[in-house]
Write a protein that binds this ligand. Sequence first.
Ligand SMILES: Cc1cc2nc3c(=O)[nH]c(=O)nc-3n(C[C@H](O)[C@H](O)[C@H](O)COP(=O)(O)OP(=O)(O)OC[C@H]3O[C@@H](n4cnc5c(N)ncnc54)[C@H](O)[C@@H]3O)c2cc1C
Length: 405
Amino acid sequence: MQAARSAARGILAAANNMRAAGAAPLTARVKKVAAVAAQHAPAVDRDSRFPEEAIAAARAEQLLGIAVPGDLGGEGASIAEIVDVCYALGRACASTAMIYAMHQTKVACLVRHGRTSPWYQLVLRRLANEQLLFASSTTEGQGGGDVRNSAAPIMRDGSRISLERHATVISYGKAADAVVTTARRAADAASSDQVLVTFLKQDYTLEPVVGWDAFGMRGTCSEGFKLVASGASEQIMPVSYDKIHMQTMMPVAHLLWSAAWAGIAAAAVDRARAFVRKAAQRSGGTLPPAAAHLTRANASLRTLRGLIASSLQRFAAADPDTLETIDFQTGMNLLKVNASELAVATVTSAMQTCGLAGYRNDGEFSIGRHLRDILSSPIMISNDRILANISAASLLSGIPETLSG
Ligand SMILES: Cc1cc2nc3c(=O)[nH]c(=O)nc-3n(C[C@H](O)[C@H](O)[C@H](O)COP(=O)(O)OP(=O)(O)OC[C@H]3O[C@@H](n4cnc5c(N)ncnc54)[C@H](O)[C@@H]3O)c2cc1C
């Protein structure tokens, strides 16, 4: 009986997966979306506009809802699979990759911490069926990257809630179907006593406060808004934000952002390799002196890829208790710092490989867009802030005795 039930569940999940996947394997669908993203990446960057073609393609290929569990209509994609999607998109269009990474980080929070709530089950079903796009609001007022404190409180009136927040940055806020936001639990709560709340498009208004004309990541359209929202109390996630942050929000964000940055770095290395090949062909097979920079770019890209792969393994193997340990938290915070530094170093080496051809904004070997995009990585939650936050933990944790363990 038990076996039959589990077989039926397996068939149902497989049917859901087939339906959601349109029978095409994930890698083929990602390739299609990446091709669209690559085609429009220069215009998205030039015009600082939302990558609507790429996100429409992602919707058509049902990539927005892949992480929703099979029993709620999705494909139950793992974080490892999402990491690979972010990497592939990053090679094509940095803004598309970062939008996808931010969306999937929010989805991971909903899937991993909202499953027991009927309201969230419904939202996840809608996400799978309608391919909704979720935006994120953590940055508030002058607080910068201080994600673990909120100013604006949730106000309650019976079963209704409301929130009015100075949301300094909400990437693709105008294009999103929902905003997942941190907030202070109540007017008399401490700033660190936070909740995570989902507001659907009909629940909120966004009054533009500041535009987005930035150096890179121009297609993320990371504008600032006054967010005025109301809804039902069940829209507050059933688990407090400190747990969500430690177990999902921080580690998943850092994994997916790092994957997007690795994609940008890989794209720059591709261009540098093509440059060296062409130079070698022109000079009868002799490598140009700048080939040494390509070796450097390759070396840092390898280290970056290895860092992400090992962090991914660690995350996948960790139980909820392990996720909250100081050692795990420190490791996942350092992933962000190290990945951003390696990605910047890789793109810089790729630029040096190509010399003037890389420095130019035009031409097949231009690295300009990649460099501008990747320079967002150390400031997207400032590396300085992260290092300062974990400095006490560095005193506590000792150095492991072995290299293999
Ligand atoms: C492309 C992009 C997209 C984004 N999308 C979103 C989004 O969708 N939603 C959202 O909510 N936010 C978003 N953000 C904002 C992001 O999450 C951070 O809040 C923001 O990058 C921090 O901005 P800041 O540099 O002004 O602030 P701060 O964190 O205040 O940093 C300012 C400077 O102060 C220094 N500093 C700060 N704290 C310390 C410390 N403790 N020790 C030493 N030095 C310190 C750092 O050197 C830093 O350069 C996005 C950012 C980027 C770049």
